[in-house]
Design a protein around this ligand. Structure first.
Ligand code: ARG
Length: 313
């Protein structure tokens, strides 16, 4: 009798490698996408050399030299121990002199676990020369730890800033791909191919929200937290089509406190900057456990909770 070969992920073959730019192209249910486990650990870079030494985003204007070192160290440690408290292993890498922004470890790479449980990672091409050297330092760690390391072909891609712009849908093989300020749209053609996953493309409109992680937070499979004015109409339509519930952050909290740069690694506990009262209330209402923390010294550089760690598989 002939043996029938069963594709482990039926019907989704057409979807793989697909880049989506409008709601009409989203013809799948999230629950039907291949699953991805929750991340078990985070990678953080010690803030020893953290400072605002130059201006490469609007939040850094007027902040050069204003970082209070001891306070930054304390905030970073509190964040690291909060990740541990919610059950994640924290891997701490030493900082490097002359690379003050390396502490934003969401930016230098994009890791992935493939269907054979192989660990893979795509390294970033930083948009600014000030941050370019960070990538090599992070890459060394991936090599030592057995990842298959990939580089984008830079021929038609100027930049790609890792998980600052490419955000995994919680527990699914789907990427939300922000572009416009720090990442080139064409980066996603290669990323989608290397990882064999679909990407929903989101153009970013407002330079204060220069990375997708400043205006979009994937809370769990059905809930997202966003700052709507940072997107165009078709971007918003796609977000609302995929998520059952979208929590909207008010301007004061999204701009001044980086409310959307929160992180929810387990679909339950949300770590967020202190003082985001309205967002915290809405998160509670939807059953999330909110942990407020102070990242004031890092807000001066245009970053908060989410971008100070890399989620690892
Ligand atoms: N000063 C850093 C920069 O402009 C902050 C990066 C924050 N990272 C993030 N994913 N939002 O590159």
């Amino acid at each position: 009798m002939p043996v029938e070969l069963i594709d482990p992920e039926p019907c989704l073959n057409d979807l793989m490698n697909k880049l989506m730019t409008s709601a009409g192209q989203i013809d799948f249910n999230i629950a039907d996408l291949p699953a991805m486990p929750e991340p078990q650990r985070v990678l953080m870079v010690e803030p020893t050399y953290y400072n605002v030494d130059y201006v490469i985003n609007p939040h850094m204007i007027g902040q050069v030299g204003t970082v209070k070192r001891e306070r930054a160290q304390k905030e970073w440690e509190q964040l690291a121990s909060s990740f541990q408290k919610i059950g994640l292993e924290v891997i701490k890498l030493a900082g490097v002199p002359g690379l003050p922004d390396m502490v934003f470890s969401a930016n230098q790479s994009l890791p992935f676990l493939d269907k054979n449980d192989r660990r893979k990672v795509i390294m970033s091409i930083m948009h600014t020369r000030q941050r370019a050297r960070e990538v090599g330092h992070i890459e060394k760690w991936y090599h030592k730890n057995g990842y298959d390391v990939f580089h984008l072909n830079p021929d038609n891609i100027e930049d790609f800033e890792g998980m600052g712009d490419a955000i995994w849908h919680f527990k699914r093989k789907l990427i939300w791909g922000g572009y416009g300020f720090r990442t080139s749209r064409y980066a996603y053609e290669q990323i989608s191919e290397i990882f064999d996953v679909p990407v929903i493309l989101l153009p970013l409109k407002d330079e204060r929200f220069y990375h997708l992680d400043t205006c979009f937070c994937s809370l769990d499979e059905n809930n997202a937290l966003i700052y709507p004015p940072a997107f165009d109409e078709s971007g918003l339509e796609m977000i609302y089509k995929v998520y059952e519930n979208v929590i909207e952050a008010p301007a004061e909290e999204a701009i001044g406190l980086f409310a959307v740069n929160a992180t929810c690694p387990d679909g339950k506990n949300v770590l967020i900057q202190k003082g985001c009262t309205e967002v915290a209330r809405k998160l509670n209402e939807h059953g999330f456990i909110v942990h407020e923390m102070d990242t004031r010294e890092f807000l001066k550089s245009g970053g908060s909770v989410y971008c100070m760690k890399m989620l690892l598989w």
